[in-house]
Design a protein around this ligand. Structure first.
Ligand code: MN
Length: 195
């Protein structure tokens, strides 16, 4: 297994029916595995070999290396942010305070994320992130682009490539995204804020 593959903290069928085992098998087992394999090959023998994916995402030249590194990092964060049994159904502590400060309410932040997912044309990602001014924002990125490349700390990411939802929701991206909120592990998301 590639060093870039995160170990899933849940069984492959545990997120069903929001994310089915079949989707995990393809999305994690095929799509992410391919990005990880590609990245390993592309950096072998280069100055980027041995660096963390976060370093590679910031330093990589545009093109294949950045495309694959971005997708590796995006998917690592994505697969680790879900849980079949959320301890809380909502953000708590400092994260909740920041969300209310910058969006007005958790519901408004969720509405903005949902809206951005629907509005993103084609393939890409929508992130709740902390910008370099220290404020939370919802930001959309095309294809494999990642917030870190743009000085934003990624906290919670929704993958709106069709491969993320087509087996379970076909063309209904909005339904898929609405269901994702049920499996968000807010402890993991809050941990990404750091201290
Ligand atoms: Mn994906």
């Amino acid at each position: 297994m590639s060093n870039f593959m995160p170990a899933l903290p849940y069984a492959p069928d545990a997120l069903a029916p929001v994310i089915s085992r079949e989707t995990i098998d393809f999305h994690y087992g095929k799509h992410l595995q391919t990005y990880a394999n590609n990245l390993e090959k592309l950096i072998r023998g280069t100055a980027l070999e041995g660096k963390s994916v976060e370093e590679i995402v910031v330093d990589a030249p545009e093109g294949a290396v950045y495309n694959n590194a971005g997708q590796v990092m995006n998917h690592q964060l994505y697969f680790l942010q879900f849980t079949p049994e959320p301890r809380t159904g909502k953000p708590e502590g400092r994260l909740a305070t920041l969300i209310v400060r910058d969006f007005g309410s958790v519901e408004e932040m969720q509405r903005k994320m949902n809206e951005a997912c629907t509005a993103l044309f084609g393939s890409g990602w929508v992130w709740l992130c902390l910008n370099d001014g220290g404020r939370l924002e919802v930001a959309s990125f095309p294809n494999g682009d990642t917030p870190l490349r743009h000085g934003k700390l990624p906290l919670l990411g929704f993958d709106v490539w069709e491969h993320a939802y087509y087996l379970d929701f076909q063309n209904r991206r909005a339904d898929h995204v609405a269901n994702l909120w049920k499996i968000v592990d807010w402890d993991v998301v809050a941990g990404r804020l750091g201290d």
